[in-house]
Design a protein around this ligand. Structure first.
Ligand SMILES: [Zn+2]
Ligand SMILES: [Zn+2]
Length: 105
């Protein structure tokens, strides 16, 4: 009968998994000592550190930091959701669109 008082093997340090930072925009997880810095850097580079615009299509929800990028994405990824611009008829007559006909004969 022995007395096992201490069983070495496990690291004394607490695992860093207890504190996980998650990007609230893309759900990227950050752990480790520099998770805070990494997250802020990640948000700055990927999300512009500002309010993102999110694709509202179900199942997509891609986020972009510029509405222009979202528009391009919409056109490429969801062409069906974007209705093509309807050509408007110009009811107004052209007031200054006088064509000059040069009859040079
Ligand atoms: Zn992110
Ligand atoms: Zn989308």
């Amino acid at each position: 009968m022995g007395q096992d008082t201490s069983s070495a093997g496990t690291s004394p340090h607490n695992s860093a998994e207890a504190s996980v930072l998650i990007c609230n925009i893309c759900s990227e997880r950050f752990i480790g000592d520099y998770r805070k810095r990494n997250l802020s850097r990640h948000r700055l580079s990927l999300h512009g550190n500002s309010e993102p615009v999110v694709c509202e299509v179900l199942g997509c929800q891609r986020s972009y930091k510029r509405s222009d990028a979202l528009k391009v994405h919409l056109r490429k990824a969801h062409p069906n959701t974007v209705s093509p611009p309807v050509p408007r008829k110009n009811a107004a007559g052209d007031s200054r669109g006088k064509k000059r006909q040069c009859a040079s004969v």
